[in-house]
Design a protein around this ligand. Structure first.
Ligand code: DAK
Length: 258
């Protein structure tokens, strides 16, 4: 597939999506959102792809939704089309793990996109924020909910109500990114983590991702029940037999995702 506002590639078991609107700091417009959904669907169907990487450029992962486009959209148009909602749905419920390779500006919808991913690797230059308040609106892609659950009420309030950005180190201290790396290494590190995930059993990875995500939706008792059911289910997989056999035979397992 060829795209205008993103590019995609396959590197072994990795599907890589790169946001590519440098003239607008990778602002998310309708075209880009549509193309992102298309690329995510392609990689979802591709059995060779076990883990995704979403990256922007060194200057900007994404500066958020395209304000120039949004300025023309009415409330009715937004409500009728869901605007970007299908993207958050797609990424939020994506069955394969997604590593976000962050650098430069990660703002508004860009941060909301990143927060819907699973592992966030950030360059030391990364600046994260929800600046929607500065243009008279508020986060609409899950920002108020995901940010609060991640950094707690008071930091989330400060970020959402003032629009102020935070740097990579502060984000790491708050648990908003998984790891901070030198700016030359953010993409290679993201691919390294993604490759490591891709080397594990795809069945175990998928269920483990589901279980961790449930922690944000369920109470502890229900979450523990959910985890136990998935754990039992994994004992029916060929990958479980292979993983444990390989351990006792002191060799690397060959996981097939079955
Ligand atoms: N939209 C459109 N164009 C943008 C942009 C954006 N978000 N951000 C940057 N650009 C464009 C600039 O207009 C400029 O283009 P030209 O003027 O050269 O044509 C170019 O990118 C370079 O930007 P600057 O000249 O401003 O570069 P600086 O380094 O001086 O500043 C900046 C970088 C990132 C601090 C600044 O550009 C900035 O403040 N950008 C806006 C950031 C922002 O407010 N982002 C939040 C947008 S609102 C929804 C879900 C989610 C959302 C909406 C709906 N639904 C489910 C319904 C999300 C909303 C948002 O994200």
């Amino acid at each position: 597939m060829s795209y205008e506002t993103i590019s995609t590639s396959k590197e072994g078991h990795l599907g890589v999506i790169t946001l590519n609107r440098p003239e607008a700091l990778n602002a998310l417009n309708t075209k880009m959102v549509t193309e992102l959904i298309g690329a995510l669907s392609e990689f979802e169907k591709d059995e060779e792809v076990r883990c995704l990487v979403i990256a922007g450029s060194e200057k900007a992962f994404s500066a958020g939704a395209d304000i120039k486009e949004m300025a023309e959209i009415t409330a009715i148009q937004m409500a009728m089309t869901g605007h970007f909602f299908p993207l958050w749905e797609k990424v939020g419920k994506y069955p394969k793990p997604i590593v976000a390779a962050l650098s430069g500006f990660v703002l508004g919808g860009g941060l909301e996109l990143a927060m819907s991913c699973d592992v966030l690797i950030a360059s030391e230059t990364t600046q994260l924020g929800q600046p929607e308040i500065d243009i008279g609106v508020m986060p609409g892609g899950g920002g108020t909910q995901r940010l609060s659950r991640t950094v707690g009420k008071y930091k989330a309030m400060e970020m959402v109500l003032t629009g102020k950005r935070i740097g990579a180190e502060e984000a790491k201290a708050l648990g908003l990114v998984s790891r901070v790396v030198p700016k030359e290494a953010y993409l290679s590190e993201a691919k390294k983590v993604a490759s490591e995930i891709a080397s594990k059993s795809p069945v175990a990875v998928r269920l483990a991702k589901m279980a961790v995500n449930k922690a944000f939706e369920m109470g502890l008792a229900d979450g523990l029940d959910f985890e136990r059911e998935l754990f039992y289910l994994l004992f029916a997989s060929e990958d479980k037999v292979e993983g444990m056999k390989a351990f006792t035979e002191k060799r690397k397992p060959e996981f097939k995702g079955k």
